[in-house]
Unconditional design. Sequence first.
Lengths: 237, 237, 237, 237
Amino acid sequence: MGIEFRSDVTVELVRANASDADVVFAARVSTVGEQSLEDVDADPQRSVGLINYLMRDRHGSPFEHNSMTFFVKAPIFVWREHMRHRIASYNEESARYRELLPVFYVPSHERPLVQSGKPGAYEFHPGTPAQSELVERTIQESCTAAYSGYLEMLEAGVAREVARMVLPVTIYSSAYVTMNARALMNFLSLRRKVEGSYFVSYPQREIEMVAEVYEDHFAQLMPLTHSAFNEHGRVAP
Amino acid sequence: MGIEFRSDVTVELVRANASDADVVFAARVSTVGEQSLEDVDADPQRSVGLINYLMRDRHGSPFEHNSMTFFVKAPIFVWREHMRHRIASYNEESARYRELLPVFYVPSHERPLVQSGKPGAYEFHPGTPAQSELVERTIQESCTAAYSGYLEMLEAGVAREVARMVLPVTIYSSAYVTMNARALMNFLSLRRKVEGSYFVSYPQREIEMVAEVYEDHFAQLMPLTHSAFNEHGRVAP
Amino acid sequence: MGIEFRSDVTVELVRANASDADVVFAARVSTVGEQSLEDVDADPQRSVGLINYLMRDRHGSPFEHNSMTFFVKAPIFVWREHMRHRIASYNEESARYRELLPVFYVPSHERPLVQSGKPGAYEFHPGTPAQSELVERTIQESCTAAYSGYLEMLEAGVAREVARMVLPVTIYSSAYVTMNARALMNFLSLRRKVEGSYFVSYPQREIEMVAEVYEDHFAQLMPLTHSAFNEHGRVAP
Amino acid sequence: MGIEFRSDVTVELVRANASDADVVFAARVSTVGEQSLEDVDADPQRSVGLINYLMRDRHGSPFEHNSMTFFVKAPIFVWREHMRHRIASYNEESARYRELLPVFYVPSHERPLVQSGKPGAYEFHPGTPAQSELVERTIQESCTAAYSGYLEMLEAGVAREVARMVLPVTIYSSAYVTMNARALMNFLSLRRKVEGSYFVSYPQREIEMVAEVYEDHFAQLMPLTHSAFNEHGRVAP
């Protein structure tokens, strides 16, 4: 049945309509009446200053007039966290409409497996070789057995929406995700743990892997906005 | 390990601040300037008329000044659909913070197991005894094995957020859900299939079971609003 | 002081990332597993069919992965209605940061001035010449006097945010507005009165003028989506 | 015509379903699996600790399962700012459905009238007696003349939605406003200027007057949440 185990996530930028210039344009309409557009264009330093000012004083709306659409493949337990972010648009693969493929996430050997500390502030540490081996073997056996049961039910004519009940949350699912820069910064502030952040976050490693690729694309599309975000404690405006 | 299989969902109304009178009050502020509050109170028929008018002409905002909080236990595949409704507040049990209990959903014998028809408009039919038996046995065996692997990893010191990867989407999870009447009507219009609806929906049976209890509470709390919703094609205003 | 009276609104499409193909792509991820992308491209009729199906059965999320940004000049009383639409992004000219220009809206001679009928379902009729003349003269005199008081206070050193208190709601203000197609269809369903709509709306003429230009751009950018919207009662999915 | 000039705003708490205990309950479902409800009740200090932890680490969702409904009378220029807050429900008096009353806001003698400093960080200073007198006289004359024109048009049979175009943004309007605690804290963080806030805000005085009464009610209903909000830089979680 060609079962596959992977330790990564896929994040592709499908389409974007997002640039620092859009932020400056939108802000000029509302906040910076005295400044003329020609001045902004002529003097990039003023754009830097304006974007920094907007970020620092939480004028968030100029960061909304843009959009980024990603195609993401990630395990279901990541999607469960991702979709708690309500200021975003989602179209996820439906296990009611299609048969899910046998692709499952299993932690890589670098992924810390052991937690310590208090709820809400767990620290993670590498597992022992025995723990690593146990995790890998248990996930592989469990997923293989579950997918086999899934196929057996489908072959017996059971509806997809019923058969899928046995599938584990580590199976991969795909979705389109569209966010604007303001929503994305909020996502990044909660789903990455970065030194120097005003708020400390404790994201699960697997959603952080998605967040890292989002952030790379964001930094390329909107470098001034991204810098300002970092300079002001990674707090979404 | 005391594994449990159930075929129901739990929906309790925890708290509500919701009545038809609130709708009338809110509407009076904006839309019905000529009518005095005393008149409304003195004449219940006018409240009926006003609420019907608001529903029919889609003046939706008067239906937002209220809230209903539910405590719900349902399988994860139901939560996955539920949380696509973004105009709602959620606090769900976290498998990162606590060990999930071994309680799993398995379809009852009445639950249709076989689908026919085109995508987006599936019809469902009862399974044969052999299909029923297969579904029940496969889910029970698969969940038992998965939970056993989960426990084994926990006992070996693996972090909860890693061990849970093997758990199937049919395991139960609990959450607090808060919605206002407008959001709830939208939920009901999409998650129940009711004769006479202007739009036809094809909800999965298990989320419909949640929707049914929501609707019972809603009908008791806001009977005039609920009637108007039904009379106007079950379209959320 | 160069006061200006106008009877129109300005709506420019600043930027768009919106096409029917995006809808089809997003829908394919979730709802139409069986259909391959090559098929869709090869057969435009299938795109038509898919978009119609999504609209009819209210699969709304595929219509969210796009964005349209408009630059709009309209009187403040229009903005007051516009900003009740919360699924949109706004950056409006701020009278705290800049001096507003003396440009005011006055109804054209074609604009019906007299209402009849019940609240919520007013009908509008042309005014008599005397009524037209009264409206034009009163608005012009009142705006001229108010703006003169505004300037006098500014020249005396009074803060802009205080001086603006005398300005009438018919003064023009500018804003950036960004919406996706789903939000825009909701706006159009409420802010235009079109024969054949499932729901009857009674928008004020001036916001309808904005809606008309939005709709022209939308129809050009996403012709299949726009057609499906019209064919299915102009109800946003 | 009984014209009235006032220098205050009216904010009444109409209805609330909001307490610190609700926050603790909701949080327990998701984040604090190890703690039993009896423990929480038995030990108020643990509630304090939990709420502080949620606020500090921005676990915002437990603060959403509650609602507060206010009836507010404020000038239109305040409503224009207020309604930029999209996570809230509004029903405002409609000048299309009813004749607005001649009640206008005029700054009190204590209200600073002169601004200095840079855009986005204006400082405000008391006006001279001459400035005060000019503001008061100009607003009174301008509003009186505008309202007189409004009445004249209404009496001539002109539709309310047209006649209202001359009314100034300092006229009072009423609305129902419903928010949950999370949305309210965001409002307060932006619409009050309080020492010790992590972010500095520069709200217009008149919306700050509304925010002050909101905060008084909030502090009474949810004292632990309010304290935690203040202790953690008045940043909404």
